[in-house]
Design a protein around this ligand. Structure first.
Ligand code: SF4
Ligand code: SF4
Length: 153
């Protein structure tokens, strides 16, 4: 059995939000959900009094307006890369399984690996990419990342 191959729901885009110490206490995500009436799924959040980093999934069709709204409020927005596994190259050594911090990769009964795209946090982690001895795992840009990634605010 082959590993599965990518991260991210169909029609959804993953964005990485960074909040400075100045704005981290503000309920910015809630404000934007209410203001734009959009769905924002929080995948991971690391927040303390010095600032915060949030990985979220948002609808592709609302991506531009969501990014503008976050940037208007002072947040930094980028699009993390996604993870892909080449089943032809995978030798099922298990190195990625042991290292994955969120158990996104597991071993099947037949010793092949199972990749859970929902759990994987993409290039914000990327540990498995460097660990794979067969170079079977790589991080790739999201389809629509170019226009967003090039904007600086
Ligand atoms: S990128 Fe990180 S979270 Fe995703 S599968 Fe690899 S080790 Fe796990
Ligand atoms: S580290 Fe690479 S070769 Fe080993 S199981 Fe994971 S994808 Fe396959």
């Amino acid at each position: 059995m082959s590993p599965s191959f990518s991260v991210g729901e169909q029609g959804m885009v993953r964005i990485l939000l960074r909040f400075s110490e100045r704005i981290v206490e503000e309920p910015i995500v809630s404000q934007i959900v209410l203001e734009l009436k959009v769905l924002i799924n929080i995948i991971t959040a690391h927040v303390n009094s010095k600032g915060g980093e949030v990985l979220a999934e948002v609808p592709d069709e609302s991506l531009d307006k969501i990014i503008k709204a976050f940037r208007k409020r002072g947040a930094t927005v980028s699009l993390p890369k996604l993870i892909e596994v080449d089943a032809e190259k995978c030798v099922c050594c298990g190195a990625c399984v042991a290292l994955c911090p969120v158990e996104a990769i597991t071993i099947d009964e037949d010793a092949s690996i199972i990749f859970n795209k929902e759990k994987c946090v993409g290039s914000t982690c990327g540990v498995c990419v460097d660990a794979c001895p067969a170079r079977a795992i790589k991080s790739v840009k999201q389809n629509n990342s170019e226009p967003v990634a090039n904007k600086k605010h």
